[in-house]
Design a protein around this ligand. Structure first.
Ligand code: GDP
Ligand code: MN
Length: 413
C-alpha cells in the first residue's frame, strides 16, 4: 500500500522523526483556516500518489491564508500524472506525438489523479535538500539505506552523473542498524557538517519506522536542513507491505483514505475479484491457474489483456452476468474471452449463465467462449442453439485466444 504523504508523515511522527507542523484540508476554506492556524506562511501540497508534484503545480509556497485557500482551489482542479504521463502531456503542448505515444497518452489521461485533500504545512527556509531512503533489497536479502547531499531532484539522475555523492549501505535485517552504518551514510553521503549530528540521530528513527511498520520503502526526498540548522523530513513516500496487514490494525484505516476505482468497488460488492491491466481484451476464467494461462495465451497470440476476473468454482448465471457486465464497463475492452474448464463447475450451467447475461446486457463488443471439461459438449450445444450476433465459440484455448485478439484488433467481423 502506497501511502499519501500526510499519512506517511503521521506515522513517522510516531517514531519521532521530525516533520514540519501541518494540517490536512479537504476544502479551500479548510486550507485557509489551516494556514491561519499555522502562521500564514505555508506550503500547500497536493495529496496524490505521483512523484514530481512540484513540477505539476502541486506544491505552492504562499504567505497568507487567502493565498493558501486559492492555492488549494487551484490544486483541486489539476490532473496529476505519473512521470511518463507528465512528459507526454508536455509533449502534446510542444508538438506532435507519434501514434504509439498518442495511444499511451490516451491511457495516461484515464489514469490521471485528482487531489482530494491538500496538506498545509508551516514553510521553512531551506538551506540544503538531501535524499534519504530505506528499502528492501531482495537480491542481497538485506535492507538498503541510501543517503545523499543531492536531494530534492531526480535521484536516478544524481546516481548517473555524480554517483560519488550517494552513500549506499546494506543492513543485515538480523543484525539491524548500528551507529557505524549511520556514520557511513552521513559521511559517504556528503552531508553538511552542521547537519551531521541531527541526521545521525534521525537515521535510526527512520530505520525503526521502516522495520516496525513493515514498510517495503520509506523515501524522504527531500530531507532538509533549514536556515536555522534543523533537519527534517519535508516529503515522505512510504510503502507498506500488504502481506503484513494482519499485524497492524491501522492498515485498514489508512487504506480507507484511498480511492478504489468505481469498477473494482462494484466488483468487490458482487463478490468478484477484478484486476485491471492496460490492454484491450477482457478475460473471464475459472480458477487462478487457468486465468493466468489465459493471460499468457492471449499475450502469445499478440493481444494484451485489459483486465481479468476469476469466477472461481461458482460459475452460475448470476455470477457470469455480473462478471460480463463489469468486464465490459471498461471502455478499453474491445473483445471478451471467457475461458472455462469444467470440473465441479458444469459447462452447461456456465452456458446458461452466458445466455442469461446476453439477454440482460447491452453487449457492444464480441465475446469468445471456450468451454471444456464437465458437460462441455452440452454447453456448446446450448450456445449454438441460442445464437447471438456478438457471441463466438471456439474449441481450444489457443484458437479462442487468436479469435479474441483478431476481434479486438478489428481483423474479423
Ligand atoms: P514532490 O515534487 O512531489 O517530490 O514534492 P516535495 O514535497 O518533495 O516538494 C517539492 C519541492 O518543493 C521541494 O524539493 C522543495 O524545494 C519545495 N518545498 C516543499 N516544501 C517547502 C517548504 O516548506 N519551504 C520551501 N522553501 N520549499 C519547499
Ligand atoms: Mn519529493
Amino acid at each position: 500500500m502506497d501511502l499519501f504523504e500526510y499519512q506517511g508523515k503521521e506515522l513517522l511522527r510516531r517514531f519521532e522523526v521530525p516533520v514540519p507542523e501541518g494540517r490536512v484540508a479537504a476544502t479551500s476554506e479548510e486550507a485557509a483556516e489551516a494556514a491561519r492556524f499555522l502562521g500564514e506562511k505555508v506550503v500547500v501540497k497536493a495529496q496524490v500518489q505521483v512523484g514530481g508534484r512540484g513540477h505539476q503545480g502541486g506544491v505552492r509556497l504562499v504567505t497568507s491564508a487567502e493565498e493558501a485557500g486559492k492555492a488549494a482551489e487551484d490544486i483541486f482542479e489539476i490532473d496529476f500524472y505519473d512521470q511518463e504521463g507528465f512528459a507526454l502531456k508536455q509533449k502534446t503542448e510542444e508538438g506532435e506525438l507519434t501514434d504509439a505515444e498518442a495511444a499511451l497518452w490516451e491511457q495516461k489521461k484515464l489514469q490521471a489523479q485528482r487531489s482530494r485533500r491538500v496538506l498545509v504545512e508551516r514553510a521553512g527556509d531551506l538551506k540544503h535538500e538531501y535524499y534519504c531512503s530505506f528499502l528492501v533489497d531482495r537480491t542481497t536479502r538485506s535492507y538498503l539505506a541510501i543517503l545523499s547531499s543531492e536531494g530534492g531532484m531526480d535521484i536516478e539522475k544524481v546516481n548517473e552523473e555524480t554517483p560519488e555523492l550517494i552513500a549506499k549501505v546494506q543492513i543485515d535485517p538480523l543484525l539491524g542498524m548500528s551507529d557505524f552504518h549511520a556514520r557511513e551514510l552521513v559521511f559517504g553521503g556528503n552531508i553538511d557538517e552542521e547537519a551531521r549530528k541531527e541526521t545521525l540521530s534521525i537515521l535510526p528513527k527512520l530505520y525503526r519506522a521502516f522495520v516496525e511498520l513493515d514498510a517495503s520503502q520509506i523515501e524522504i526526498n527531500p530531507l532538509v536542513m533549514t536556515a536555522d540548522g534543523k533537519v527534517m523530513a519535508l516529503d515522505a513516500k512510504v510503502i507498506l507491505d500488504d502481506s503484513a496487514a494482519y499485524r497492524h490494525a491501522f492498515f485498514d484505516e489508512l487504506k480507507s483514505a484511498h480511492e478504489i476505482p468505481e469498477q473494482e468497488k462494484r466488483a468487490k460488492a458482487a463478490g468478484l475479484n477484478l484486476i485491471k491491466l492496460d490492454g484491450d481484451i477482457g478475460i473471464i476464467g475459472n480458477g487462478a491457474g487457468l486465468v493466468m494461462s489465459t493471460l499468457d495465451v492471449v499475450t502469445d497470440a499478440g493481444g494484451a489483456p485489459a483486465n481479468f476476473l476469476d469466477v472461481g468454482g461458482g460459475a452460475n448465471a448470476e455470477i457470469l452476468s455480473n462478471s460480463l457486465q463489469i468486464i465490459m464497463e471498461n471502455p478499453e475492452v474491445k473483445s471478451v474471452f471467457i475461458n472455462i474448464f469444467g470440473g465441479i463447475t458444469r459447462c452447461d450451467l456456465v452456458a446458461e449463465g452466458i445466455i442469461h447475461a446476453l439477454g440482460r446486457l447491452d453487449v457492444k463488443v464480441p465475446i469468445v467462449v471456450r468451454l471444456d471439461g464437465t458437460n462441455a459438449e452440452q454447453g456448446r450445444k446450448m450456445l449454438a442453439d441460442a445464437p447471438h450476433p456478438m457471441l463466438r465459440t471456439a474449441e481450444t484455448m489457443l484458437e479462442a485466444a487468436k479469435v479474441a485478439v483478431d476481434l479486438a484488433h478489428g481483423a474479423v467481423q
